[in-house]
Write a protein that binds this ligand. Structure first.
Ligand SMILES: [Fe+2]
Length: 228
């Protein structure tokens, strides 16, 4: 993706999020220069990979396959292994109309996917077989705001604003905005996007960036390079 496109997506996404009265924390608006200057005190942000995250899954067609995310908080895997401490994470995301987040499952992460406002959120789901791959003979059972719900393999769930689904490891899911753009909340177990996403298609989780202008804000994927 071009950096200029990423900068535009950051600006328009910030406007969209604010239109629902949801505000991002102050560190969201640090410039790259501020992050470099204040690097010593930002370990909690950088190590937990909090912040802006825009992906086209390496495919190069963001409008068709892509996702805007901002990780607001995140624990660490060591706490998860010990069973106590900061075991949770929160993201705010935007799926634009018909913009696909491709079929995937998580190995460790359980996640509540919440429609925070806008259009309907469409989620297609499958269950895993014993080898972890999609088993299209199995019905899918999930909790919808605590209420058990079973649907056919590959059926599309429609979440209205305010509604959520709890996805457990092994629940395969693909989602998009249906008829418009959707603000999505995610409340989950500790999040590790480097190791915990299993996709059906051979795609990546992060984008290749063409630096055609300076970044307005760093993406999480920039931290290793910019903030050593
Ligand atoms: Fe997911």
């Amino acid at each position: 993706m071009k950096r200029s496109t990423i900068n535009d997506i950051i600006r328009s996404s910030d406007d969209f999020i604010r239109s629902f009265g949801f505000l991002l924390p102050k560190f969201a608006y640090f410039t790259p220069e501020t992050m470099i200057e204040r690097r010593a005190e930002l370990g909690g942000i950088i190590d937990a990979r909090l912040g802006w995250d825009i992906t086209d899954y390496g495919v190069g067609k963001f409008d068709e396959m892509g996702l805007f995310l901002f990780t607001v908080r995140n624990g660490d895997n060591a706490a998860l292994k010990s069973g106590s401490g900061m075991l949770y994470a929160e993201k705010i995301m935007i799926s634009r109309r018909d913009q696909i987040s491709p079929m995937h499952r998580h190995i460790l992460k359980a996640e509540d996917i919440i429609n925070r406002g806008g259009a309907k959120l469409a989620i297609q789901m499958y269950e895993s077989g014993p080898d972890g791959a999609i088993d299209d003979s199995l019905d899918v059972t999930v909790a919808l705001d605590g209420i058990t719900h079973t649907q056919k393999p590959g059926e599309i769930l429609m979440l209205d604003p305010g509604d959520s689904v709890t996805l457990l490891p092994g629940n395969w899911h693909k989602f998009w905005g249906e008829g418009g753009d959707v603000l999505i909340g995610e409340v989950s177990t500790v999040n590790d996007d480097v190791t915990d996403n299993v996709f059906v298609e051979k795609i990546g989780r992060f984008s290749d960036i063409d630096e055609d202008e300076p970044p307005v804000h760093l993406l999480v994927a920039d931290y290793d390079k910019w903030l050593k």
